[in-house]
Design a protein around this ligand. Structure first.
Ligand code: 4GX
Length: 264
């Protein structure tokens, strides 16, 4: 995967390329990264990239000519690429969009500043308009980093086998199971017994059940937008039965009174 970023603040990306998995992926040539300064494609002594909006009003608009020049230069560097504008008007970014983008050879990401870019750029040069969420940033740079980060880790060889992308949250539409590491007791709270049992079948079962229940408790929207497997239906039914037992017993002490210690 070849990433090209168009921005008037290329230095913002330096620390992003220089740490962790992104740095390793660059060193191993699993991805490439290039930032082009839109200002380098602006004409005149002052290399101005913005101008006042036609029709008046506050704020500034990114001029079309420098952006068009930068996009043409980016396409020359990475011919087989899609062009993405980061904008609050775009399609909301999620794991499915990340997967779709990861299938391309290259991505040209345009990080705009000011109130936006000239509409004629959007019409003629852009394949995708993407928003990373419904809030307003001061520029598209952080949004581009979010997209690059999520896409890069889907490229084969970018993650080590120990942190495979298949087992991640969202890859199967559920959030992750709870995680624990040493010490076994932390501030009076123990690690669930099953995780130290050494029984891998039981551990897998527990993890699957907790990720399903955690999704139900924290992100019901994810379950509503997805079909359930028969195994998942069985787990949810078991929880329904357990809840009914509590209700029918009037909550007297018994097998279910310690449910809050189950680390779901
Ligand atoms: N998800 N912003 C872009 C300037 C702008 C406005 C319109 C093009 C068209 C954002 C987001 C975001 C603020 C980045 C406005 N550029 N980008 N910028 N949310 O809020 O992606």
């Amino acid at each position: 995967m070849n990433f090209v970023v168009l921005t008037i603040f290329p230095e913002m990306f330096n620390p992003f390329w220089e740490f962790g998995i992104i740095r390793r992926a660059l060193l191993r040539k699993k991805i490439s990264a290039l930032t082009l300064n839109i200002r380098d494609f602006a004409k005149g002594k002052h290399r101005i990239t913005d101008d006042r909006p036609y029709g008046g009003g506050c704020g500034m608009v990114m001029k079309p000519e420098p952006l068009a020049g930068a996009i043409r230069a980016a396409k020359k560097k990475v011919p087989e690429s899609k062009t993405i504008l980061l904008t609050p008007q775009g399609r909301t970014f999620n794991q499915n969009v990340a997967r779709e983008l990861a299938s391309f050879d290259g991505l040209i990401l345009i990080s705009g500043r000011y109130e936006g870019v000239d509409e004629r750029i959007c019409h003629d040069y852009i394949d995708y308009e993407i928003s990373i969420g419904d809030y307003v940033l001061t520029g598209g740079e952080l949004a581009a980093m979010v997209v690059i980060d999520a896409v890069a880790r889907l490229i084969p060889g970018v993650l080590g086998s120990s942190d495979s992308a298949e087992k991640d949250s969202f890859s199967c539409g559920l959030i992750e199971h709870a995680q624990f590491t040493r010490p076994r007791t932390f501030e009076g709270e123990d690690v669930p017994e099953v995780l130290v049992s050494g029984n891998h079948g039981e551990i897998e079962k527990w993890r699957f059940e907790t990720s399903l229940i955690r999704t139900f408790l924290k992100r019901q929207d994810l379950l509503k937008n997805r079909s359930l497997s028969s195994q998942e239906i069985e787990i949810l039914k078991k929880w329904c039965r357990d809840i009914e037992k509590i209700i029918n017993s009037g909550g007297k002490r018994g097998r279910f009174s310690k449910v809050s210690n189950n680390h779901h």
